[in-house]
Design a protein around this ligand. Structure first.
Ligand SMILES: *Cc1c(COP(=O)(O)O)cnc(C)c1O
Length: 428
């Protein structure tokens, strides 16, 4: 027990379940002691023992400008000095809403909330209230936060309702959720043909980022759009991770599909707690106080959090921002794939905008089953070797990675040199 990380983890486990405030932080998937971070600047973080790492987690996506961006920090400080919260409307919320509406054409109206979980939970309630229907379709491996009706795994058959995937979720809550296979078009068509008039909504990570990174097959998103339109169901794109991360117009812009509702989080808060859900005005106007669907929040639209989000959105709006981020991320993943091939390791990588997947299998996966069948043991070995080299990857084979604007070309070179050494040792 000599490292400060070990000490802090030991103590934390006495007062915080598992020592962490969110399970993946505990390193259970990869083993070992989670690093406790004390500082972050740009692309780097420092742990409690003073060791520094190049960070490819970026707080799981929000930090698209890197750690402690000077402009974002200043906006937060200036806004905080004027009052931390009012529980009443502020001009800043209006500016934020107008900014989001101007950036994402599918948003006619939106509400700000404080997390991605709140955004998806609220969007689903709204879709159910709007349609007067209860059935929800989600896809295995897509994560939409931890609301009861979403912690569901597939039932015994295609048309049977799901089972809770967590203790504490009553069967009544999971009993309105159908869980289908991501990228399986024919399943979607069959379920809509059978139950179309019962389906309130489909929620999907249009590019999936919570089962590593999985891109939609040609026609998959189109099939969701067509079926929802035909059967009067609400199509919800959960862009909490991909929103202003996959590209300037989010995934819906990249693929040219317009959802009825979109959920946002992560990047739009710039590292502070902000989420949003929005879309067609006709649907959004069902919310209280205009309509019968209840939704509220003491800290919703919090000025300090909104200030961080707005400054972040301003900075990613400069021309060329996403072109540069996308090219840098592409250089990283092409380098990973080349280094793995050179070392004779069965691994490859892929990216969308500023997010990437590193896969211990021959080709990028297209299904949840393929993701789950990847070589987790080799990933875990590689993860710990990279950690020793001072490269911080997500501590699980099933998470996406993130590059920020603060990552320099030299950072990418350093990472790829380390990866080459680590792939060699992984294969040894
Ligand atoms: C992170 C995430 C959420 C949950 O957001 P929180 O802010 O952690 O509640 C929901 N959906 C997707 C796609 C996410 O990546």
């Amino acid at each position: 027990m000599n490292s400060r990380n070990d000490q802090l983890f030991e103590q934390s486990q006495k007062v915080i379940p598992g020592g962490v405030n969110s399970p993946v932080r505990a390193f259970r998937s990869v083993g070992g002691t989670p690093r406790f971070f004390s500082k972050g600047v740009g692309s780097r973080v420092w742990d409690a023992d003073g060791k520094s790492y190049l960070d490819y987690v970026g707080s799981w996506g929000p930090l698209i400008l890197g750690h402690a961006d000077a402009d974002v920090v200043r906006a937060v400080q200036e806004t905080a000095a004027l009052g931390l919260s009012f529980g009443a409307p502020t001009e800043l919320e209006l500016v934020m809403a107008e900014k989001l509406v101007s950036m994402l054409p599918s948003l006619e109206k939106l509400r700000l909330v404080s997390s991605g979980t709140e955004a998806t939970m609220s969007a689903i309630r709204l879709a159910r209230g709007y349609t007067g229907r209860s059935t929800l379709i989600k896809f295995e491996g897509c994560y939409h936060g931890h609301a009861d009706s979403l912690l569901v795994k597939a039932g015994s058959g295609l048309l049977t309702f799901g089972q809770p995937s967590s203790a504490g979720v009553p069967a009544d809550c999971s009993g309105h959720t159908l869980v289908l296979d991501y990228n399986d078009l024919s399943q979607v068509n069959r379920v809509f043909a059978e139950k179309g008039n019962e389906i309130a909504c489909v929620i999907v990570e249009a590019v999936a980022g919570n089962m590593n990174l999985v891109k939609p097959k040609a026609g998959f998103l189109e099939a969701l759009r067509e079926n929802c339109t035909k059967h009067g169901a609400v199509l919800i794109f959960d862009e909490v991770m991909t929103g202003f991360r996959a590209g300037r117009g989010c995934v819906q812009g990249l693929y040219g599909i317009t959802p009825d509702l979109t959920t946002l989080g992560k990047v739009i808060g710039g590292g502070l707690p902000v989420g949003a859900f929005g879309g067609r005005a006709e649907i959004m106007d069902q919310l209280a106080p205009l309509g019968p669907v209840y939704q509220a929040g003491t800290l919703s639209g919090n000025p300090v959090a909104v200030a961080a989000g707005l400054k972040t959105l301003d900075k990613i709006s400069v021309p060329g921002f996403f072109e540069a981020l996308t090219a840098k991320t592409k250089r990283l993943v092409d380098g990973f794939t080349r280094a793995a091939t050179d070392a004779g390791v069965n691994a490859c990588a892929d990216s969308v905008g500023g997010m990437f997947g590193l896969y211990f299998r021959a080709t990028p996966p297209t299904t949840y089953a393929e993701v789950m069948a990847s070589d987790k043991d080799s990933f875990n070995r590689f993860f710990h070797l990279m950690l020793l080299e001072g490269i911080y990857l997500a501590p699980s084979a099933f998470e996406a990675g993130f590059v920020s604007a603060a990552h320099t070309d030299a950072d990418i070179d350093e990472t790829l040199a380390a990866a080459a050494r680590c792939f060699e040792k992984t294969s040894a």
